[in-house]
Design a protein. Structure first.
Length: 274
């Protein structure tokens, strides 16, 4: 079955399963209290200067409502932001290396140029409903997810120029009874993104914009590139066993792929151009 033929009912069931899994994680998570309250966070941000940005590193801000606050350039390295509400927050250029963003609410948050190296970016709340909405999408342009753990729904989001070097974004095949939890980048804008040596097994890049992206040495086992624009992408050294390229565009300019990829190699007809 191609990406266009996938059942909407099945896709909805998968999203419901992933949401249910996230709720289970939330209920099972330890209830450690935050080190600061929201008023103290706001005061620290108000006192910050460009030369002395706010420092919340290795503190717990778990479950606080920090929506619409300006964390641009702040130090949040190793910070626990589990289930924290960051709706509409400005996190441009913030240092979130090693931070825990599992189940964080990031609707309309701006992570442009943020450092998310080694962070836990799992099952974040990115929409007010089950479907992602462009009007609610967080922004991750130029963010660095190198060596981060990334799972969740990011369909249609802006990841232009982002780094995913050595990122762990493969589906976790354990405890999948409520639906496959994986990285879904379907339709995302990922022009110039770098996925070198990333683990991307079963990740979805269907209809994504991947012009000039780099997948050097990446593990792409069963990854879905159906209908994606891959013009100028580099797959040198990548493992593409059972990856799906049906209907992918720009394959004639791709580097490093075997010559038999595409609809024929995957046993499916190519998707029509649109």
């Amino acid at each position: 079955m191609t990406a266009r033929q996938a059942s909407p009912r099945l896709a909805r069931a998968v999203r419901l399963g992933a949401l249910a899994a996230g709720l289970v994680l939330a209920l099972a998570a330890p209830g450690s209290a935050a080190d600061l309250d929201a008023a103290e966070v706001r005061a620290a941000l108000a006192a910050a200067t460009p030369g002395h940005p706010a420092d919340f590193s290795h503190r717990s801000l778990a479950r606080l409502d920090l929506s619409h606050l300006n964390f641009a350039g702040a130090d949040l390295a190793g910070t626990d932001l589990y289930a924290t509400k960051l709706e509409g927050a400005d996190l441009r250029g913030a240092n979130l290396a090693g931070a825990n963003l599992a189940l964080a609410w990031v609707i309309r948050a701006n992570f442009t140029g943020a450092n998310l190296q080694g962070a836990m970016v799992s099952a974040m709340v990115v929409a007010s409903g089950l479907e992602t909405n462009p009007a609610e999408a967080p922004i991750f342009a130029g963010a660095d997810f190198s060596a981060a753990r990334v799972q969740g729904h990011f369909a249609g989001f802006d990841f232009r120029g982002a780094k995913f070097i050595g990122t762990h974004a493969a589906a976790d095949m354990h405890n999948q009874s409520m639906g496959l939890i994986h990285a879904d980048f379907a339709g995302a804008h990922m022009e110039g993104a770098d996925f070198s040596h990333a683990e991307l097994g079963r990740a979805s890049f269907a209809f994504a914009h991947l012009q000039g992206a780099r997948f050097l040495g990446a593990d792409l086992f069963m990854a879905d590139f159906s209908g994606a624009d891959l013009a100028g992408a580099d797959f040198s050294g990548a493992q593409v066993d059972h990856a799906m390229f049906a209907g992918a565009r720009g394959l004639d300019s791709v580097t490093g792929l075997p010559p038999n990829v595409g609809g024929v190699a995957n046993g499916e007809p190519a998707l029509p151009e649109h």
